[in-house]
Write a protein that binds this ligand. Structure first.
Ligand code: GLY
Length: 398
């Protein structure tokens, strides 16, 4: 039976592009069931993950048979509390909720953090979900405070928020990832009468649109500015293959960031930018048929080139939102791409088996290959955006 099926697929591949065959195959997948099963699986895995983690720490990754944790000042500290809230919302599991509340308690002091731009990821992914689900005013107060501290990193001379502090490599670096931190600023202004925060986000998004993108709408990872004159000193990379390459997670952050900026502003320029970025991704010759990108779009493709599940899950979530603002063929392609990613990530190739990987849901992400850090491992943000994308698919497309 299996041999006959493989033979039919092989014959089809001779005449129809592989991604169309996959789309055909995916028609038979019951997405409602797949989403429900993933949330139930995540609930069991995350109970294990929390059990394995000291109460004053956050899970970070799993390597060589060991769970690695971080303090709350690491940029990813908001993702596990955020995932716990998403799992609670979608399963009603009371134990998961109480673990989410405990992790918020240790995360809360980060509302005053000004060490880098990541306070948006840290506070909005954790407290943002908590407030969205519970409407408890104490969570909103934490987000409001965090936005005030975040805005202190805005530098009028460069018309943007400085990502990292000065190092011997960069004077005033802004990385494409920073687009994600803008959501916290947009949200706070939208939920108050103070436009200050969204105005900063708009200025940052406009500056990034001007300086971070190449003619093909791929993004540089890092733009370094002269803090006095505001002029661009250098465009390059920190986590990608080379200064001129398209680091995969960076392209996903860009896609998500401009789609989100359109949601808050309804400025067509952001929607156009997001659809150009989508075109770059979808038409890239190195994007595999299963839509899980290699770690960098310019990495030479061999049998051992690593995929990045985190870039895939961020992309899936972003495509599902972009599809909300699109029509016709484009809309269908965005939804189909996200569906393909969700199905692939749910397979044994990318998802842990029950009890595996200390409780992480997904495998095969790449933190920083040039830095030889977190290479081909589970990562908290891959899980977080996977769960968010599952929820978005169910809420919007089923
Ligand atoms: N913001 C860091 C990363 O995407 O790896």
């Amino acid at each position: 039976m299996q041999r006959k099926r493989n033979y039919v697929i092989f014959i089809l591949m001779m005449v129809i592009p592989f991604n169309q065959i996959m789309a055909q195959e995916n028609k038979s997948v019951n997405m409602r069931q797949l989403i429900k099963e993933n949330f139930q699986f995540a609930a069991e895995q995350y109970k294990l993950l929390i059990n394995n983690t000291p109460s004053d720490k956050m899970p970070r990754t799993y390597k060589d048979g060991k769970l690695l944790t971080s303090g709350v000042d690491w940029w990813t500290s908001g993702f596990v509390p955020g995932s716990l809230w998403l799992i609670y919302e979608n399963t009603g599991d009371a134990l998961i909720r109480s673990e989410a509340e405990k992790k918020l308690q240790i995360e809360e002091p980060m509302k005053h953090y000004t060490g880098n731009h990541d306070i948006g990821f840290m506070i909005f992914c954790s407290f943002g979900n908590a407030y969205r689900i519970t409407h408890d005013a104490k969570y909103k107060a934490v987000i409001d405070t965090a936005a005030a501290y975040q805005s202190t990193r805005y530098k009028p001379s460069i018309h943007a928020i400085q990502s990292w502090n000065r190092t011997n490599k960069f004077q005033c670096p802004v990385i494409i990832d920073n687009m994600m931190n803008l959501e916290q600023l947009c949200w706070v202004s939208t939920n108050s009468s103070d436009r200050k925060y969204i105005n900063i986000a708009i200025e940052h998004a406009n500056t990034t649109m001007k300086n971070h993108f190449r003619n093909d709408y791929s993004s540089y990872h890092v733009v370094d500015y002269d803090i006095n004159s505001g002029s661009v000193l250098k465009k390059g990379t920190h986590q990608g293959l080379s200064d001129s390459s398209a680091w995969s997670r960076g392209q996903s952050w860009a896609l998500y960031g401009y789609t989100m900026m359109y949601r808050y502003t309804k400025d067509e320029a952001y929607l156009k930018q997001a659809s150009h970025i989508a075109d770059f991704i979808l038409h890239h010759t190195n994007l595999p048929a299963d839509r899980i990108p290699y770690w960098d779009y310019n990495a030479p493709v061999t049998d051992t080139t690593l995929r990045d599940a985190s870039a895939a899950s961020v992309m899936a979530s972003a495509f599902l939102e972009l599809a909300q603002y699109s029509n016709g063929k484009q809309k269908a392609e965005y939804i189909q791409t996200a569906k393909q990613i969700l199905i692939t990530l749910s397979s044994d190739r990318y998802r842990s088996r029950s009890g595996e990987n200390a409780g992480f849901v997904l495998k095969h992400s790449v933190g920083s290959l040039p830095g030889n850090s977190e290479v081909d491992v589970p990562l908290t943000y891959a899980d977080y955006y996977f769960l968010e994308a599952l929820k978005r698919y169910r809420d919007w497309y089923l």
